[in-house]
Design a protein around this ligand. Structure first.
Ligand code: PNS
Length: 163
């Protein structure tokens, strides 16, 4: 079984993430979208909320499973029998950062990293920009799925603009 992990913070999952997960799902038998849980800084969404949003967004992808991990990604890969990681590249600056991590992950555990170029229509897209736009009431409807848009609206209604 050819299995790969798409790891991330997913705070929240964007259309760019979904594009990558969907394309990976056409190349592999199983894609594990894994949400990082051990962030020092608390994100906007809880891990449970991030996981739920990912489930909703990938409900029509039969070979995608959603998981969570803390600690090192290579340990998650080892524990789950996963030999490769897929990471998206939007720009050269992404590559600069990702190359070092990929080489370290290979050195640590022999886990391969495969880079998938971002769909050009999402090359400017990031979760942090989505959060900022949503925080100030901007339109994110073309950047995230309706369920994520709704959760963003609820989150910022509860927290207020400064949240
Ligand atoms: O969505 P992100 O924030 O770009 O995802 C980054 C992520 C979660 C893939 C990365 O931070 C990660 O793998 N963290 C787990 C700790 C780890 O293994 N770090 C790399 C050490 S070489």
């Amino acid at each position: 079984m050819r299995r790969v992990v798409c790891p991330g913070s997913f705070d929240p999952v964007t259309n760019g993430h979904i594009d990558i997960i969907g394309r990976a799902a056409r190349q592999y038998d199983e894609v594990v979208a894994a949400v990082l849980t051990n962030v020092n800084k608390r994100g906007l969404f809880t891990v449970e909320e991030k996981t739920a949003m990912l489930r909703e967004c990938t409900a029509d992808m039969g070979n995608v499973v959603i998981s969570q991990f803390n600690g090192l990604l290579v340990d998650f890969c080892r524990d789950n029998g996963i030999g490769s990681i897929i990471r998206s590249l939007r720009s050269v600056s992404d590559f600069d950062y990702e190359l070092q991590i990929a080489q370290m992950n290979y050195r640590l555990a022999g886990v391969e990293t495969l880079f998938m170029t971002a769909n050009p229509q999402y090359s400017f897209l990031s979760s942090s920009l989505v959060r900022e736009i949503a925080q100030y009431g901007g339109d994110v409807s073309s950047l995230v799925t309706p369920n994520v848009e709704q959760r963003l609206r609820e989150k910022y209604k509860t927290r207020g603009e400064d949240g």
